[in-house]
Design a binder for this molecule. Structure first.
Ligand SMILES: [Zn+2]
Length: 132
């Protein structure tokens, strides 16, 4: 029986590199949590409609980023980190160095960006879909 769940089946990331990316993800996660706490702190002060709109957009962006980071940490645990959630190919080391939470390879990301924006729950469903 072949073990498909082992890390590095599709990607050629080393254990040391995976640890580096994991540390980066945890760092970004803390940053986002801090950001959300700060936004929640300032919630009482935002009286102007425009101010609350900007804060709302910032909060949404922070929550979205946090969800992507959590999904990336899930993939790390499952040994699927660095594997594109759409095509199953390698996301690429260069891309991960810039964006450790990247879920897709460049071509797949481009395709989605030109259509509708990627949703975290869509990515999750795609992971669960059996791959032939
Ligand atoms: Zn892909």
């Amino acid at each position: 029986m072949r073990n498909q769940s082992a890390a590095g089946v599709v990607t050629d990331l080393t254990q040391a590199e995976l640890l580096t990316f994991e540390a980066a993800l945890h760092e970004q996660r803390s940053f986002r949590l801090e950001q959300l706490a700060e936004l929640a702190d300032g919630a009482g002060a935002r009286s102007a409609p425009l101010g609350s709109e900007v804060a709302g957009a910032l909060e949404q962006a922070a929550r979205h980023a946090l969800a992507e980071i959590d999904l990336a940490l899930d993939r790390l645990r499952d040994g699927r980190y660095g594997q594109c959630v759409d095509c199953g190919g390698a996301v690429g080391r260069d891309r991960l160095e810039v964006l450790p939470a990247a879920a897709r390879c460049m071509p797949c990301q481009h395709r989605i960006s030109s259509g509708r924006p990627p949703a975290a729950d869509t990515a999750q469903r795609r992971i669960l879909r059996p791959v032939r």
